[in-house]
Design a protein around this ligand. Structure first.
Ligand code: HPA
Ligand code: ZN
Length: 335
């Protein structure tokens, strides 16, 4: 089995995936046409051409515009189902999916439309594709905390469908400390806590996510390397980092994959995981992200297996379930 197949076939979890970021240009055009929505691109090729970003914000502007084609429950269902088919192809056994309700409620789409569409696809995927799942609701950090609080209150009616809450969108100028109140309420309600931090923002934002929000996982966290005390803390507590290599290159967090902090973080014994973030926009799903790292850093099969093991250890699933998945990796390695 060549390395390509090995990465493809090894059982893995994906923990950092924005469902709105799986909207492929073809799907975007199909839904725009079906829903009678005008878009400022004339073709799939022209749209793909526009996927050249120089920072997080330049991506978010296009990403939010693209999400505008999602109108009905069936649109959210199809979006999610298409992602699950891709995940199945790549032997992803467990997914933890982010969704951004505010991106849709701000356009007059009901919270219920969004969650029902996504959740029913995930439930069908669990039954028909054998992919287990959790849903994580993200708050948009460029909006005020009061808006996040309204979203949390809306979500309480769907509490049994939502495992955790997170924080995404424009990082610079919007530190985690802005959201202390809403995350405190989310913890009281029993939600798991994650937050994007240290993607473009400084290591202080990672400290704030850990100490202020009590995040159990850090999304990205790649700038942690700038702070030795922080590295020690992340290592000691084995706080998982959900790293998204192709995203970081596309958004110019690092110039080349060889400059990425991944390898140093991994070699220092942090719980690093590999994920795709917004695969339709960044040029690859989870397998392509593993391959990009393997290529840049000459990862061994044991390295890849360790990353896959980390992905299950970092997941919001029972210890029993983790052990079952990790046993599958061990069996796969012994084949
Ligand atoms: N960072 C912040 N917000 C996002 C991202 C990201 O990588 N993807 C989608 N929303
Ligand atoms: Zn992200």
């Amino acid at each position: 089995m060549d390395m390509n197949q090995f990465i493809q076939n090894i059982p893995k979890a994906e923990l950092h995936l924005h469902i709105e970021g799986t909207l492929e240009p073809e799907t975007l055009f199909r839904l725009a046409k079906r829903n009678g929505i005008r878009i400022k691109f004339n073709s799939v090729e022209e749209l793909r051409q526009a996927y050249q970003f120089n920072n997080l914000q330049s991506f978010l502007d296009i990403y939010y515009e693209g999400a505008g084609v999602l109108q009905n429950e069936s649109d959210f269902y199809e979006l999610t189902w298409e992602y699950l088919l891709k995940a199945k192809e790549q032997n992803v056994r467990h997914v933890e999916i982010f969704f951004d309700p505010q991106t849709h409620t701000a356009r007059g789409i009901a919270f219920e439309t969004v969650i029902d569409g996504i959740y029913s696809a995930l439930a069908d995927g669990s039954r028909d594709l054998n992919i287990s799942f959790c849903l994580i609701m993200c708050f948009l950090r460029h909006l005020p905390e009061s808006e996040a609080m309204k979203t949390l209150v809306q979500a309480l009616d769907f509490k049994e469908k939502i495992m955790g809450v997170g924080l995404d969108s424009s990082e610079t100028g919007h530190p985690p400390s802005k959201f202390m109140g809403v995350f405190e309420k989310a913890r009281e309600e029993g939600f798991r806590i994650v937050a994007h931090a240290g993607e473009e923002g400084p290591p202080e934002y990672i400290w704030e996510a850990l100490q202020g929000l009590k995040a159990q996982r850090i999304d990205h966290g790649v700038r942690a390397l700038e702070d030795t005390a922080l590295i020690n803390e992340l290592k000691r507590r084995q706080i998982p980092l959900t790293v998204c290599p192709l995203s970081n290159i596309k958004l110019c967090v690092f110039k080349n994959m060889r400059d990425h902090s991944f390898k140093t973080l991994f070699d220092q014994g942090l719980c690093v995981t590999v994920n795709s973030d917004d695969p339709a926009y960044f040029g690859g799903y989870v397998v392509e992200n593993y391959l990009a790292l393997q290529d840049a850093f000459q990862l061994t099969r044991n390295d890849i297996a360790q990353l896959a093991i980390n992905s299950f250890n970092a997941a919001f699933i029972s210890q029993d379930k983790k052990e079952k998945f990790i046993d599958q990796i061990k069996k796969f390695m012994a084949e």
